[in-house]
Design a binder for this molecule. Structure first.
Ligand SMILES: [Zn+2]
Length: 388
């Protein structure tokens, strides 16, 4: 049972559609993927045939549920540390091959990602120590007997020996969970920790590329191991998950890095801008060709930009007050401006926040043109396409 680790946002959003909520811990929703039900059914069938009868089946069901409780605690370790560091947690989803903690954003600092990644395995090691202490103490005390009595009274387990074997099993499982997740196969926890360490001396995209490639090499190794006599179906699933997950997250990080690198000048359209005067009537503006000005016009007096006339304001004012109204009565004066070297993301956020359909671009006091959301989206599409 492997934890898939951190924020596989885009990937998991589609996977998670088939999951349902079973509860909430510290405000974090715990969800179960429908395929999880098959794991419990399989375990119960194995228990019934292996140990025999209804008791065997119940024992197997209890074991698998306790095991997934450990997986849930592992994911909670990621989630609670992430939340402590100011990152929202969408929820925890349990899948047949492990759990996933869905974070709302990537940790910004490598140290934060390191802490979040290591928190999961740390929980398993704490659980293993706790179970080990229980075993050690139980040797001398009557703990096993009392546990056995407790379980017998619930009719769940078959006696002191099964409690003992259950504790030993969970102890081993937690050690394996902790150690397996520390394998540096990105996007597993160890791989995330590795990326965080790499990101302290190189860029985040490069650190991700290196960690993802190593993750894929290890995934191939895991598939070879899965085909050997000690292999299992779940190992194949984990290997496929690691291989595709590494590629997916790497691509997302590289694309984002490129988009972050785009500037306003990369999206500034190469078209002639027709300006209107503050004294023009709106009906005169309506006669102009809108083809090059789908969002509106700059308003210029004496070579200086004095306002913006958006198409929406133009049409709304004509509807209310008629075409004889002058441009300066319909234009806006409180518009934000951007520079060619500003990040495109900044311009996009300005448009989203202020509701202006276009932004004037100024280069050292010179008006360069207008940039709209459409221009920004076109630049993003062009650059992502050119990358491929
Ligand atoms: Zn984990």
């Amino acid at each position: 049972m492997q934890c898939a680790g951190g924020p596989l946002r885009l990937r998991t959003d589609s996977q998670m559609r088939w999951s349902f909520k079973i509860g909430e811990i510290s405000g974090i929703a715990i969800k179960i993927h429908f395929t999880f039900v098959f794991v419990v059914i399989w375990a119960v069938a194995e228990g019934a045939s292996g140990w025999g009868g209804i008791r065997g089946a119940l024992f197997a069901a209890a074991t698998i549920l306790l095991l997934f409780a450990c997986v849930t605690l592992h994911e909670l370790g990621h989630g609670l540390v992430a939340r402590r560091l100011g990152i929202g947690v969408k929820g925890i989803t349990l899948l047949p091959i492990g759990g996933i903690a869905q974070l709302e954003s990537l940790p910004k600092k490598p140290a934060d990602e390191l802490l979040i990644a290591l928190a999961g395995p740390a929980v398993n090691f704490v659980l293993a120590i706790g179970l080990g202490l229980t075993l050690a103490l139980g040797e001398g005390a009557d703990l096993f007997l009392s546990l056995g009595y407790l379980s017998q009274s619930y009719g769940l387990l078959t006696g002191t020996r099964s409690v003992l074997s259950l504790i030993i099993y969970l102890l081993g499982a937690n050690l394996i969970l902790g150690l397996f997740n520390l394998i540096p196969a990105f996007p597993m926890d160890g791989g995330r920790a590795l990326r965080a360490l790499l990101a302290t001396w190189t860029s985040f995209p490069r650190a991700t590329r290196i960690a993802a490639r190593l993750g894929q090499v290890i995934a191939v190794g895991l598939i070879l191991l899965a085909l050997s006599p000690v292999g299992s179906v779940s190992l194949v699933l984990v290997a496929v998950f690691v291989f595709t997950g590494a590629s997916f997250e790497d691509q997302a990080v590289q694309a984002q890095a490129i988009l972050h690198g785009l500037r306003v000048r990369n999206a500034l359209p190469m078209r002639t801008v027709r300006a209107v005067a503050p004294d023009d009537s709106l009906s005169k503006v309506m006669e102009l060709n809108f083809h090059n000005h789908p969002y509106g016009f700059p308003v210029v007096r004496g070579g200086v930009l004095v306002g913006l006339l958006s198409r929406n304001d133009l049409l709304a004012t004509i509807r209310q007050a008629g075409g004889q109204v002058r441009v300066e009565q319909a234009m806006r004066r409180d518009y934000p401006i951007v520079a060619p070297d500003d990040h495109l993301l900044h311009a996009q956020q300005l448009i989203a926040r202020t509701g202006f359909s276009m932004l004037p671009v100024f280069d050292k006091g010179y008006f360069m043109g207008l940039i709209s959301l459409e221009d920004i989206n076109r630049a993003y599409a062009n650059f992502s396409w050119r990358r491929q």
